[in-house]
Structure formats: structure tokens, C-alpha cells
Design a protein around this ligand. Structure first.
Ligand SMILES: Cc1cc2nc3c(=O)[nH]c(=O)nc-3n(C[C@H](O)[C@H](O)[C@H](O)COP(=O)(O)OP(=O)(O)OC[C@H]3O[C@@H](n4cnc5c(N)ncnc54)[C@H](O)[C@@H]3O)c2cc1C
Length: 251
């Protein structure tokens, strides 16, 4: 945070701390910045993660977000008692607002019928999902690192998909053949290094997980995979530390 309580722009903070005084030409400034970043990055990565505010997304994302749909649990369109469409919650300008013309528009233009109701399947329990593949040696070594992990069925299911229509349809009506066996939450660069090292050592598969909003099926587990699959949830790593101008990379 800057003195005025503002979160500083990454470029601004990196440049302020590392650009030599003599750098006046913009190409020189970029090159110098990259070099200093490269040199400092390893030492600073873990240090920079200390003293952060708590992440805004809880580890049990399903407590905040819909487990079988898009967005926050508390924000959705409903048809209220007066028969009009209303948006719930209080997160958005649209929240608690009635949209008097929406229902007619949806019925007339999109052919939506309010009579056609299909209840989604209830919240998933362990009995409904594939049991986790286990690798005792990997788990023992992972425990030693102190890195957070979970094999809870809902934690695993939440990271088994992105948000294609197909994936949401499977959540509401079907079943995934294969889902991650374990979710891990690294909180700093060195945690990620340890996870990758252990995964290589024990032949465990890794699928990184960011927002889980992929619309390309990239998060789906291959059904035939027999090895342990871990989902590496990056939500504890919620700061943008570096922008590498030359490589066009954000870290
Ligand atoms: C309603 C909706 C609107 C959207 N609108 C847009 C839009 O306007 N523009 C747009 O570009 N996209 C859009 N998308 C698509 C999606 O939001 C983007 O593709 C987004 O960038 C995915 O990021 P994510 O963190 O959710 O990735 P995830 O879905 O978590 O992961 C996507 C892929 O990246 C990998 N991955 C995740 N994190 C890492 C990491 N740290 N390191 C390495 N690999 C990683 C995953 O393993 C997976 O293969 C939209 C999606 C939805 C559902």
C-alpha cells in the first residue's frame, strides 16, 4: 500500500524502487527495469507475499460462489411473488432491482417458458463422485511441507471444471468421470516449487487453477488418467508482483 492507502501500480512501484537515476530514455528504462527485476525476483518473491491482506476468495470457494453455476451464490435472477423478474443480493447496481420488462422479453424473444422447470441435482456428496486416487508417499511428503491441501469432495469437484455450458450442464444434471484427487493451496513461490518437485518425484499430475472460468475445457481431467491429479489452487497468491516487459509475462 502507498501512504495514501492506494495499492500502487506494479510498474510504478517496481520503477520507483529499482530504476537508476540516469535512465531517461524509455528503452533504457525498460531494459534496466527488467534486469533489476530478474536479479531481485528470487530473493523478493517470498518476502513480498508476507503481510498481505486475507485473500478475497475463501479456500472453500463454494461458500461464496455457486457450486453448479456462474458467479456469486447470492446473486441471481428470480421471479418474485408479483411475477416480475428481480435480481437478488447486494453486490451490484442491479441487485434488489425489479426488471419489469425482462420476463416478457425473454418469453417473446427467446422463447423461454416459465412452465418448463427442471430442478438441478442436489449438492454433491462423496458418494456421488469418483473416489480419490491415492499416492501415500506423495501425501506423506506433502504433509511435511506444511502446504494446505484438501481431499474434500466439494473442494475437488469445484476445481474439476471451468464454465463451458457443457461443464455447467454436467454439474446440474450429470457426473464427471474424473476429477482432481487433491486440492493444494500454495501461498508463495517456494510452495509452488516444492509442489512441482514432489509431483515430479512421485509422478503426480498437476492442473493449475486460477479463477476456474476457463471456457475451453482446459480444467477437465482426462477420464483415463490413473495417476494422482492435483489441482493447484493459486487463490492464496493474489498479488501481481512483476511485469516482465520483454517476455510480456506477468508474475
Ligand atoms: C461469463 C464468462 C465471461 C468471460 N469473458 C471473457 C472475456 O471477455 N475475455 C476473455 O479473454 N475470456 C473470457 N472468459 C474466459 C475466461 O474468463 C478466461 O479464459 C480467463 O482468462 C481464465 O482465467 P482463470 O484464472 O479463470 O483460468 P482457469 O479457468 O482457472 O484456468 C484456465 C487454464 O489456465 C491454466 N492455469 C490457471 N492458472 C495458471 C497458472 N497460474 N499457471 C499456469 N497455468 C494456469 C489452467 O490449468 C487451465 O488450463 C469468460 C468466461 C466466462 C465464464
Amino acid at each position: 500500500m502507498s501512504d495514501d492507502g492506494r495499492i500502487p501500480d506494479v510498474n510504478e512501484s517496481v520503477r520507483a524502487s529499482s530504476v537508476p537515476q540516469h535512465a531517461t530514455d524509455s528503452s533504457e528504462l525498460i531494459t534496466d527495469t527488467v534486469q533489476v527485476q530478474m536479479k531481485d525476483s528470487k530473493d523478493n518473491f517470498d518476502k513480498l507475499y508476507v503481510d498481505q491482506e486475507a485473500p478475497t476468495i475463501p479456500k472453500r470457494r463454494q461458500e461464496l460462489l455457486k457450486w453448479n453455476g456462474w458467479g456469486y451464490k447470492d446473486s441471481k435472477f428470480i421471479v418474485n411473488k408479483a411475477g416480475q423478474v428481480e435480481f437478488t443480493g447486494d453486490r451490484y447496481r442491479l441487485s434488489k432491482k425489479v426488471l419489469p420488462y425482462l420476463k416478457d422479453f425473454m418469453m417473446r424473444t427467446c422463447g423461454v417458458s416459465l412452465e418448463h422447470k427442471i430442478a438441478a441435482q442436489p449438492e454433491i456428496t462423496a458418494a456421488d463422485i469418483p473416489p480419490p486416487v491415492k499416492n501415500k508417499e506423495f501425501l506423506t511428503d506433502l504433509r511435511r511441507t506444511g502446504i494446505n491441501y484438501s481431499d474434500d469432495c466439494q473442494d475437488r469437484l469445484f476445481r474439476a471444471h471451468g464454465h463451458t455450458l457443457h461443464e455447467v450442464f454436467v454439474l446440474r444434471e450429470g457426473k464427471f468421470e474424473r476429477i482432481p484427487d487433491l486440492v493444494v493451496w500454495p501461498s508463495c513461490h517456494s510452495d509452488v516449487v516444492k509442489i512441482v518437485e514432489l509431483a515430479c518425484q512421485h509422478k503426480v499430475m498437476i492442473i493449475p487453477f486460477g479463477g476456474g472460468t476457463s471456457v475451453s475445457g482446459a480444467l477437465e481431467c482426462p477420464a483415463s488418467e490413473k495417476r494422482v491429479i492435483i489441482s493447484v489452487d493459486t487463490s492464496r497468491m493474489d498479488m501481481l508482483l512483476r511485469e516482465y516487459f520483454v517476455e510480456r509475462m506477468l508474475c
